[in-house]
Ligand binder design. Structure first.
Ligand code: SF4
Length: 699
């Protein structure tokens, strides 16, 4: 039976950041769970993609962890919760006593809810470290960095609804909503396109987005098939073209002079950066005909309202911050910010990747993006918490893994699988094996949990309540059906117990999940006006500073949330990827996700429906490269980089650019992340997943 009488429970899909509402129907046997559409759901009005429809298949899966496990002499044995908690507390205390608090790291999870991540980061800070992070680091840390610095908030500037209603041009760079945000694509963007909007796609790979809008079949939409890592040259051509045309036709509206004068700073820096810029050479670098880029520039600049969507093809580079800054430059000089149908809009990955960062599971900020080194902000949080928070930023995800076995001795992993999600997975595996102590809290035995000392069986998304925040800043409530396995526990209950035993009941015991949200909103200004009652069934988009506020559909109508109130323009120059092709590794490897799987596949690989669609990994190879390497479609090939090799089936296709190979991170036996490069963007510390040197041969 569900927790709402006999009615199916209204909750949120656990997969992507679109945040579709779905219903979970539960029979008399709690394990009898099934999906039902929720017709009035605020985001999706009942529609779901294949993942949402299959999401209940993991809830009663035979692989579920059902008892706590403790490792002894290299083998797991079942343990009681008491034994598991005692071991965790004694090991965490020992590590702190023998070293210092920074010898522990904590990984939050975008698969878990705001309240759970809030409590995890509070435990880390109470322990005395800011070494807490989440998978935002892997997907949009650079986007968040650039948006916060130049506009004010690290999130979508606009909303799916206003974009659908008002955008004339969608500039989609390094994102593939057709595959990764299917309902946003098929519901919102498709409707806008049906009403006349134009799509300009910038991506090395032709994909479901290309096909869904029939890009290339008419002159209306465009696909600029850019080389991986050459987004700055391409956007600099766009910017320079717009500036040149403005010189020629000052009244034609190529740029928005009034907007630049009144609402921005740094325009001169952009002009200086582009003064000697060579468009022909840049087009060569980008691998796209110059006239195509110029035409795309015209379509964007001449639109009444043009919206940029940005994805991991932009963010996951050593120049990720600069990539996104250049998109901000484009939006600011054309006045495409602060009004409906415009903006710079990161399409976020997991269903709560926005919220995990909002609530402070990051090493440099507290809830609400308040910097840990800002005395006033930190003091206001300390007043509520009643303890001091370290004032120096901690280590990021990848830095914690790099330090594992060195300065980091222990790791608490909630709902993450870094051996598959982080780049250079072979090295991550070695580093995690060298830890003195690791806790893994999850619903399945992941590739990472195999190396843990204590494994805690948590409940699934369908069995517990809380809040999640979707890609357009909408905080929505999830509601839980009955637990399927009686000796599993909700993540929040586990964290309350660990926190209470390590520190005190006063600080970490709450009556229920709503009480945790009440404390969260007290310390998180952008959530301050939200209550569970006010969230209701529709949710509220942040910022929501006062009770009664309904939140903002689009940001920056009057001013930007920067210190000066101005939008920050800054010219950027091309920086090639850290690894470029050479004799030994002559190809560029790039990676992306599939519609039918999710990230490390912990859940999606256990769904029969999804596995039927894509049971194994594959690599896309251009026909000319296939001919050169003697590869036939369907051959098993060995894909190699400086960090490892995987065996996958070759798919010979013109979808991918010549000289580039494309594969996915979802499958344990052949994950792209055994090959990817762990070099980081200097500022945002995001790894360069999207470009590595590689070689390929028939196996
Ligand atoms: Fe779930 Fe995203 Fe599909 Fe919606 S679009 S059903 S949120 S995976």
């Amino acid at each position: 039976m569900s927790t709402e009488g006999d009615e199916p429970v209204k909750t949120i899909c656990p997969y992507c950041g679109v945040g579709c509402g779905i219903k979970v129907n539960q029979g008399d046997d709690p394990g009898d769970v099934s999906f039902m559409p929720w017709g009035e759901a605020p985001v999706n009005e009942g529609r779901v993609c294949i993942k949402g429809g299959a999401a209940t298949q993991v809830v009663d899966h035979e692989d579920r962890l059902t008892e706590p496990l403790i490792k002894e002499d290299g083998e797991f044995r079942e343990a009681t919760w008491e034994e598991a908690y005692s071991r965790i507390v004694s090991e965490m205390e020992r590590i702190r006593d023998e070293n210092d608090p920074d010898a522990m790291g904590f990984f939050g999870s975008s698969k878990t809810m705001n309240e759970e991540n809030y409590l995890l980061q509070k435990i880390a800070r109470r322990y005395g470290t800011n070494n807490v992070d989440n998978c935002t680091r892997m997907c949009h840390a650079s986007t968040v960095w650039a948006l916060r610095r130049s506009l004010g908030a690290g999130a979508m500037t606009n909303s799916m609804v206003d974009l659908e209603e008002s955008a004339d041009v969608f500039w989609i760079q390094g994102a593939n909503p057709g595959e990764q945000h299917p309902i946003a694509n098929s519901q919102y963007f498709r409707q806008a396109v049906l009403e006349g909007a134009t799509v300009i796609q910038v991506d090395p790979h032709a994909n479901k987005t290309t096909r869904s809008f029939k890009i290339g079949e008419t002159d209306r939409h465009m696909h600029l098939q850019v080389n991986p890592g050459a987004d700055i040259p391409l956007l600099n051509i766009v910017l320079k073209t717009i500036l040149e045309r403005h010189e020629e036709e000052p009244d034609a509206g190529w740029i928005d002079e009034a907007f630049i004068d009144e609402r921005t700073e740094g325009f001169d820096h952009l002009k200086e950066t582009l003064e000697d810029f060579d468009k022909e050479a840049a087009a060569e670098e980008a691998g796209v005909p110059l006239e195509d880029i110029e035409l795309a520039a015209e379509k964007y600049a001449m639109a009444n309202n043009a919206a940029i969507f940005t994805g991991m093809g932009m963010s996951q580079h050593t120049c990720g911050v600069d990539n996104v800054q250049n998109e901000i430059n484009l939006a600011l000089i054309t006045g495409n910010l602060g009004k409906p149908g415009t903006g710079v809009n990161p399409l976020r990955g997991q269903n709560n990747v926005q919220g995990t960062s909002d609530v402070g599971a990051m090493p440099n900020v507290l809830p609400g993006y308040q910097p840990v080194n800002d005395d006033e902000a930190r003091g206001s949080v300390e007043d509520v918490w009643g303890f001091e928070v370290p004032d120096e930023p901690g280590l990021t995800n990848v830095e914690i893994s790099h330090e594992a076995g060195h300065s980091v001795k222990g790791l608490y992993v909630m709902g993450e699988n870094p051996i598959m999600s982080e780049p250079d997975g072979n090295e991550v595996e070695e580093r995690l094996k060298s830890l003195e102590f690791m806790v893994a809290q999850d619903i399945f035995m992941t590739e990472t949990a195999e190396f843990a000392d204590v494994v805690l069986p948590a409940t699934t998304w369908a069995e517990r309540g809380g809040t999640v925040t979707n890609t357009d800043r909408r905080v929505q409530r999830m509601r839980g059906a009955e637990m399927v396995h009686e000796n599993t526990k909700h993540d929040l209950d586990i964290l309350m117990e660990v926190g209470s035993r390590l520190f005190s009941e006063d600080e970490f015991r709450f009556d229920d999940v709503e009480a945790v949200f009440e404390e969260l909103r007290e310390v998180c200004p952008i959530y301050h006006g939200m209550t569970y009652d006010a969230l209701g069934e529709t949710g509220i988009q942040w910022p929501c500073y006062e009770e009664g506020d309904q939140g903002d559909q689009y940001l920056y109508e009057d001013s930007f949330d920067t210190e000066s109130g101005l939008g920050h323009i800054e010219g950027v120059r091309h920086q090639p990827p850290a690894e470029v092709p050479d004799e030994e590794y002559p190809l560029i490897l790039t990676t992306a996700r599939l519609e039918e799987h999710y990230n490390t596949g912990t859940m999606s690989r256990r769904s029969p429906t999804l596995m039927r669609q894509h049971p194994e990994n594959f690599v896309d190879v251009h026909p000319n490269d296939a001919e050169e390497y003697g590869i036939e479609d369907g051959d098993m090939v060995t894909l190699r980089s400086r960090r490892g090799e995987i065996e996958v089936k070759a798919q010979v296709t013109e979808d991918i650019k010549e000289g580039v190979v494309w594969t996915t991170p979802h499958f344990a036996a052949a994950s792209a992340n055994r090959l990817t490069n762990d070099v980081l963007d200097e500022r945002a510390k995001i790894p360069e997943y999207k470009a590595a040197a590689a070689d390929i041969a028939v196996t």
